[in-house]
Unconditional design. Structure first.
Length: 462
């Protein structure tokens, strides 16, 4: 890696809402940090949600508070810009009005004037609908045929702004797309100066989550069918990249670039915790199978009556899990701590980190624990734990309640084993340092820029 990247870079996401999106938002932060480490000068973070400028300010403050250097990126939002000045989009639109039979959401400016009407499509594939997006104005309404046309029109303006700032009409742009829904809408963007790099955040598999399992949903099926609409796909683990490569036909290049660890504010003080505190940090959703941890805890406290499980995170299963704890009489041993902006400090104070997921993408919280020297007990699921943990913890078969309990008890009760696992955890985590991940990302960005836009070659050959 030598010198600045010979292109501008934008990170494109449906939204950036750390308080709501957990690991997804952390992965986006990680991407910004890796780009900074890779010598990418001032990337843009582009968001496509309807919110308030105050929401964006809080999100940027969160990024800076969690290690992304102040001034290292700029956040721009589609609807903030369109409501403020719709003229550039109007110039790309055609005369027209609302699509009959479709409900609309109205966006107004600070003076109450109607600026944009967005179709409300009650379908998981709403982003592919061609219902008109209406841009209002004194010279008559104009329309763009659906969200895909809206997104590409705005992204084209962003690209023009960057080229104008660089004084180079041919300057290239790398778009790192973090959202599959948004990625699906970019097929019509045929600018040869653009490279579309798509990232992956989670498993594509449904139950039983093995290599031959069905694809999770129709959205994943569409995205896998559209792989050749991208110039590069970045997978968080080698295993997922390999299995998709073997199973789904494609010509686009695959690479493995994981998410980086966000910087730690201070080194972990205690090398070996004596109190029996085990921490989980995750959304309270079915994927995370927290019910297994609760069931395992009945066995843990029989062996170690003082053991405590602290579960950080929120989600729709909170009350169900609370009921499980109460019915088993574990109120004194298990606490649902809810959302905490400083969950990393809780991980650092723990003796063991526990993950009982049915599937993962990479396992960002696992990497966090490893980097703090906290050994991990995890179910051995696709994808991530086996690739990430190494000797820094214990893997147990998916769904094995007795195995989960035995792994936890083993690390709580054996100081020598804990010390070895803690040292290995730190070693395992070095692969996810920002400078290591940034160097890997830079290699892939240089490579994709060295070739013609592969998605356009695929389109021409279709």
């Amino acid at each position: 890696m030598t010198g600045p990247l010979d292109a501008d870079v934008v990170v494109l996401t449906s939204r950036f809402a750390p308080e709501r999106d957990g690991g997804y938002a952390v992965a986006v932060l990680s991407r910004l940090l890796a780009l900074h480490s890779a010598g990418v000068r001032h990337p843009l973070l582009l968001t496509l949600d309807v919110g308030s400028p105050r929401d964006r300010e809080r999100a940027v403050a969160y990024a800076h508070a969690h290690g992304v250097p102040a001034g290292s990126f700029t956040l721009r939002n589609l609807f903030d810009e369109v409501v403020r000045d719709p003229r550039r989009l109007r110039a790309q639109a055609r005369p027209g009005g609302r699509t009959p039979g479709v409900a609309y959401r109205e966006l107004r400016d600070d003076h109450g004037a109607l600026v944009v009407s967005l179709p409300v499509v009650a379908d998981a594939a709403w982003h592919l609908s061609e219902a008109n997006v209406v841009i209002h104005g004194g010279e008559g309404d104009r329309v763009l045929p659906g969200f895909a046309a809206l997104y590409v029109a705005w992204l084209s303006h962003v690209a023009d702004d960057l080229r104008a700032a660089a004084g180079d009409a041919e300057r290239r742009l790398v778009v790192i797309c973090e959202s599959r829904q948004i990625g699906e809408t970019l097929g019509r963007w045929c600018d040869p100066r653009v490279r579309i790099v798509h990232t992956v955040h989670n498993s594509h598999l449904a139950h039983p989550f093995d290599a031959a399992a069905p694809v999770r949903d129709e959205g994943w099926r569409r995205w896998l069918d559209a792989l050749d609409g991208f110039d590069l796909v970045l997978w968080p683990t080698r295993a997922q990249a390999r299995e998709v490569d073997e199973r789904f036909p494609h010509r686009v290049r695959f690479a493995t670039v994981p998410s980086a660890i966000l910087p730690r504010r201070a080194a972990r003080v205690a090398s070996c915790r004596r109190d029996d505190v085990v921490v989980m940090a995750c959304r309270l959703v079915e994927q995370k199978r927290i019910d297994l941890a609760i069931r395992a805890w009945e066995e843990v406290v029989r062996e170690r009556p003082g053991a405590r499980l602290e579960i950080y995170g929120d989600g729709p299963l909170r009350e169900h899990l609370r009921t499980m704890v109460r019915e088993r009489g574990l109120q004194g041993a298990i606490r649902l701590r809810g959302h905490d902006d400083d969950v990393r400090a809780a991980i650092e104070r723990a003796r063991v980190f526990l993950s009982t997921s049915a599937f993962e993408g990479q396992g960002l919280a696992i990497v966090e624990a490893l980097s703090a020297g906290v050994p991990v007990v995890s179910t051995d699921v696709r994808y991530g734990p086996a690739e990430v943990i190494g000797d820094g913890g214990i893997l147990v078969p998916a769904g094995d309640v007795a195995g989960i309990a035995a792994g936890v008890v083993s690390l709580l009760g054996d100081d020598d084993q804990w010390e070895r696992a803690s040292a290995e955890a730190r070693r395992s985590a070095t692969r996810f340092r920002p400078e290591v991940v940034g160097a890997r990302l830079r290699e892939e960005l240089d490579a994709v820029l060295a070739r013609p836009a592969g998605r356009l070659c695929a389109l021409a050959g279709a």
